[in-house]
Write a new protein. Structure first.
Length: 372
């Protein structure tokens, strides 16, 4: 990866910090950390961090421990790596003094209450002049619009996942269990050049397909019943996310109607995923199609979400917190209908917004063309 991209991102962050009167940003959220520095280490859980970025007008530090020192020096070439021998809370006040920090911006959506309290107490004792202030999604907002490198990597990620899903769909047969299919997906992903799954695969058949985030079970696939496959992988840090609903044999008339409605809603919404459109509008278009068909009570989630270093990131295609869509955003379009006790259908494409509209990045599986 061209390391100059990180210098460009740091410059943008510094400009944003100046506008909000914050002199130092403290970054611990793994995707934000990787976006700004290239540091690839992941956190095993939210209470264990592999490193912190400290960025002000003239300095870029990466504070970590001895487990990650070599990784940090290899990945984050524009950062001065500081190995903290006594832990973050012991070492952070000294680093802030060295940087002349007065207003420390933290990630309010990610920092735990316990760590915030511990840091507040430590600063009160060692650096009483330092004020904590939330960054209010500053880096997440920067990540919304992807650059050419990111779009290219996301396209590769989607293409790789599409090929794997094609292979899986071709081999599906009655009697296979949801777990067996999920294991096959994971095995093919691990055998590919991907880093791994972007999220645990959803394989949901029959009545289980009425659960939008179903966990694979020992249920066997049956002829005529829907099978939802929601899958994604991570390639060079960037995620793919796609969903297909397939039938082994001929579905019932009810499921033909449900599938046709979901596909119509998706097609209508895709036409409205354009630069300058508010993010809640494509959702409203898809929701109207589903409502008009009589299934409005069975579409409970938003139409889609941004995809990048995280599977779910800004912007959201939903009725909540609308924002203006922009060229370079990569989002999913995934309407669904889920009838409790019966089953459901979801179809998901991953698209990049270009000057003349959306370009679909996912390609697996032919859609059913059920005659009206």
């Amino acid at each position: 990866m061209d390391k100059s991209i990180f210098r460009k991102r740091i410059k943008g962050l510094r400009q944003n910090l100046a506008r909000m009167d914050c002199d130092t940003a403290w970054i611990i959220q793994p995707e934000n950390r990787r976006y700004l520095s290239g540091f690839r280490a992941e956190d095993s859980q939210i209470t264990e961090s592999s490193g912190s970025l400290l960025i002000n007008e003239s300095q870029s530090l990466l504070a970590t421990d001895s487990r990650y020192t070599l990784d940090a020096e290899r990945d984050a070439v524009d950062f001065e790596v500081q190995t903290l021998k006594k832990g973050l809370m012991e070492g952070l006040p000294g680093l802030l003094k060295r940087m002349g920090t007065k207003n420390l911006g933290f990630e309010g959506d990610y920092l735990t209450w316990v760590l915030h309290r511990e840091l507040s107490e430590r600063l009160l004792e060692d650096s009483p002049s330092v004020r904590l202030m939330p960054l209010n999604g500053l880096v997440e907002e920067m990540r919304e619009v992807k650059d050419e490198m990111e779009i290219g990597t996301l396209e590769e990620s989607a293409d790789l996942m599409s090929g794997i899903l094609d292979e899986v769909i071709t081999g599906l047969g009655p009697g296979m269990t949801e777990k067996q299919v999920a294991w096959q997906i994971e095995g093919l992903v691990l055998e590919s050049r991907a880093e791994g799954l972007a999220f645990p695969s959803i394989v949901a058949s029959g009545p289980n397909s009425a659960l939008p985030h179903a966990v694979p079970t020992d249920r066997k696939l049956e002829k005529g019943a829907p099978v939802i496959l929601d899958v994604g992988l991570r390639l060079n840090g960037y995620c793919s996310d796609m969903t297909r609903t397939v039938f082994l044999g001929d579905p019932s008339p009810d499921f033909i109607e449900i599938y046709r409605t979901v596909r119509e809603a998706q097609t209508a919404a895709l036409k409205e995923v354009r630069s300058g459109v508010m993010s809640n509008y494509p959702d409203a278009v898809a929701r109207e199609v589903i409502n008009d068909a009589g299934f409005g009570d069975y579409f409970g989630h938003g139409l889609g979400h941004g995809v990048g270093l995280a599977t779910h990131e800004r912007p959201r295609l939903s009725p909540l917190k609308p924002t203006k869509l922009k060229k370079g955003m990569v989002v999913t379009v995934e309407p669904g209908i889920y009838v409790p006790g019966k089953g459901g259908v979801r179809l998901e494409e991953m698209v990049v917004i270009e000057a003349d509209g959306p370009r679909i990045l996912t390609r697996a599986g032919n859609f059913y063309d059920f005659a009206s």
